[in-house]
Design a protein around this ligand. Sequence first.
Ligand code: GDP
Length: 302
Amino acid sequence: MKRILVTGGNGLVGSQFKGTQYTYFSSKDCDLRNTQQTEDILKDNWGAVIHCAAKVGGLGGNMKYKGEFFYDNIMINTNVIESTRKYGVKNLVCFLSTCVFPDNVEYPLTEDKIHLGPPHFSNYAYAYAKRMADVQIRAYREQYGLNYKSVIPTNIYGINDNFDIENGHVVPSLIHKCYIARETNTPLTIWGSGKPLREFIYNKDVAKLTEWVLDNYDEGEPIILSTSEEVSIKEVVDIIVELMNFKGEIIWDKNKPDGQFRKPSDNSKIKHYLPDFKFTSLYDGLKETIHWFENNYINIKK
Ligand code: GDP
């Protein structure tokens, strides 16, 4: 059996790879910003690497900690990809993000548009660091002939997320805020206008698609993992409020940022390879996530 190392193994996506072939490493086991520590875990004759580890955050975190987001991600990716090569692992999948795309680009986003202009100002440090992982992977494919590739998922949500209100992504933040508002009979405050559009993908779907990519995809160009269905933040709020049975007041805080208005992506490539793949609906995914959140409130990351 091929032994597969998962970095970020305790995270939103990494934790969703299931099976005895997987070994999970998290920041508790190893600091991937450190070259020696990274080499120590990659030495061990792995059959493949799924590289999910990253310093991540939502709009808030990205705007506040630009230096850390740049440094940590550049170091983590450089160390992981280089150590994977150095210790003879032939197959690697690396996670990028739709933040890597230029702010000013013709929609929909396709895999060939990553480097066509500067990213959005709110997350450029993270975006440039992630773009360099794409560069590193292409360079390694060309120089060393390795089957390394990257995936670009849209906004991922699901169980085992980070539910930090200030720095987390929109779905976990909203779930957590709605929970507090319901329990304390206070208003639920949403950032921005509610009008921005996003494409959400359930973490379990991301893991299934990535398993396919690992075994079957062998192109230098990344592959977008997306439902290509845009949903407004307002629609997400409506579903969460319904599922959490929140009856209180909702405040739209226009002093908080909207971020990018939309970033629709084209999922033709993954659809071409997997025409029958059934994405989990946002409603079902949120239902499962909220159920898990309510049952694990004491132990969740927040
Ligand atoms: P993005 O897709 O990289 O911008 O990341 P996010 O997951 O942080 O989504 C941000 C969008 O959700 C923006 O339009 C925000 O205005 C909106 N939003 C509404 N409420 C919240 C919240 O409590 N936290 C976050 N992160 N975003 C929120």
